[in-house]
Write a protein that binds this ligand. Structure first.
Ligand code: GLT
Ligand code: MN
Ligand code: MN
Length: 396
């Protein structure tokens, strides 16, 4: 039976279901555990087997880079045969392909960047590779197209003017929006920020930076963001705040869930593994606002794991999300927590939120405020935070 695994009780509240929209990249459950200091430790698993694995653990969908499925040097006939077999596996196992992307970072041709490479031939090749990968994604049913510019950066600013890089980046994205429109593809683009690694510095390092850049594109309405927990945490930033800004701008087209301890190498840990409190506030946000897109886990199993460990990793991501979603509901129903929150919202007798009007401005200029009283009132955040901790620790 789809979406169940042996031993899972029907009534298990942490059992993932398709409506939870949990997805994994082929590169996540297919990650072989190589790192800069050692080779792969797990065997390569063919994509059709990964689709089967994802169905067994209860995922909704699978995402992919072009070359996760089709080798970079495959001919047209080989490509078509691979795609046919993969589509069949997805259909057999009830797995969707909601998102696709391009690998513009592994091939040595992209060592100076793809869309921001100095060499116009490299930029043209990156465009061609992306157009073909968009065709592939659409063929498989994807509606979101992610751009993670892993190589779009530098080690030294002596080599490239960042204004040139931004211009080339914009030209390429505008070109690709044009291609999608021309083909009649109903694709939305989601740009994914990362501050560094594999480059010394990556252009557009944060979700906020990307949001600013989108406004400069030719078709900004087609383009949103794909924030990733680890990428914000690497920069010491607050993921929930980044996501909130994206949501507020109507630009949260996709999300990459994983975990990361700030100040370390790029860890891509199981969702909630490093900072479950931050994960809680993020899940609470997503559920509260009614985010309807994929919950994509862009993470991988520890290098210590075999295939059973990879399944534990995948199940763990989803179980943690569902456990935190349950905690978010408890938080919303907890009378003491909600009482403290209600007490913080004293209303707006001064109509600050009604905007400027001359009379309102004059009245406000006349008013006397008791700064001492304003400064004296405790906010109760200690109590609130401790209640949150006790709720998360299961003692409340
Ligand atoms: C790569 C990267 C991720 C991106 C993927 C999409 S590939 O694993 O670390 O953050 O989302 O290109
Ligand atoms: Mn990452
Ligand atoms: Mn990612």
């Amino acid at each position: 039976m789809r979406g169940r695994y042996p031993g899972a009780a029907m009534s298990d509240p942490l059992q993932p279901r398709p409506e939870h929209k949990f997805t994994f990249g082929l590169w996540t459950v297919g990650n072989r555990g190589a790192d800069p200091f050692g080779p792969p430790v797990r065997p390569a698993v063919p994509p059709v087997r990964l689709v089967q694995l994802l169905a067994e653990v209860g995922a909704y969908g699978v995402n992919l880079h072009d070359n996760d499925l089709v080798p970079i040097d495959a001919g047209a006939a080989q490509r078509d045969a691979i795609v046919r077999e993969f589509r069949q596996a997805c259909a057999d196992h009830g797995i969707s392909v909601p998102m696709a992307t391009t690998n513009l970072f592994s091939d040595p041709a992209f060592r100076d960047g793809a869309f921001t490479a100095h060499d116009p031939q490299v930029r043209a090749y990156a465009l061609q590779k992306t157009m073909r990968a968009m065709d592939l994604g659409v063929e498989l049913g994807a509606s979101v197209y992610v751009f993670w510019g892993g190589r779009e950066g530098c080690e030294t600013d002596a080599g490239k003017d960042p204004l040139d890089a931004l211009r080339w980046y914009r030209e390429c994205l505008d070109f690709l929006c044009g291609y999608a429109k021309d083909q009649g593809y109903a694709l939305r683009f989601a740009l994914e920020a990362k501050p560094n690694e594999p480059r010394g510095d990556i252009y557009l390092p944060t979700t906020g930076a990307v949001l600013g850049f989108i406004a400069t594109l030719a078709h900004p309405e087609m383009v949103g963001v794909n924030p990733e927990v680890a990428h914000e945490h690497m920069a010491g930033l607050n993921m929930t705040h980044a996501v909130a800004q994206a949501w507020d701008a109507g630009k949260l087209f996709h999300i990459d869930l994983n975990d990361q301890i700030p100040g370390r190498y790029d860890q891509d840990f199981r969702f909630g593994a490093a900072n479950p409190r931050a994960a809680f506030f993020l899940v609470r946000f997503l559920e509260q606002v009614g985010y309807a897109g994929s919950r994509h886990f862009d993470a991988h199993a520890y290098r210590s794991e075999d295939e059973a460990g990879v399944r534990d990793f995948a199940r763990g991501c989803m179980r943690t999300y569902l456990a935190l979603k349950d905690k978010a509901h408890r938080f919303a129903r907890d009378p003491e927590i909600q009482g403290i929150l209600a007490g913080l919202r004293a209303g707006d007798p001064y109509e600050v939120g009604s905007g400027y009007a001359r009379a309102r401005g004059r009245a406000l200029l006349q008013r006397t405020f008791d700064r001492g009283a304003l400064a004296a009132r405790g906010l109760g955040y200690e109590r609130l935070d401790q209640l949150t901790t006790e709720l998360l620790l299961g003692v409340r």
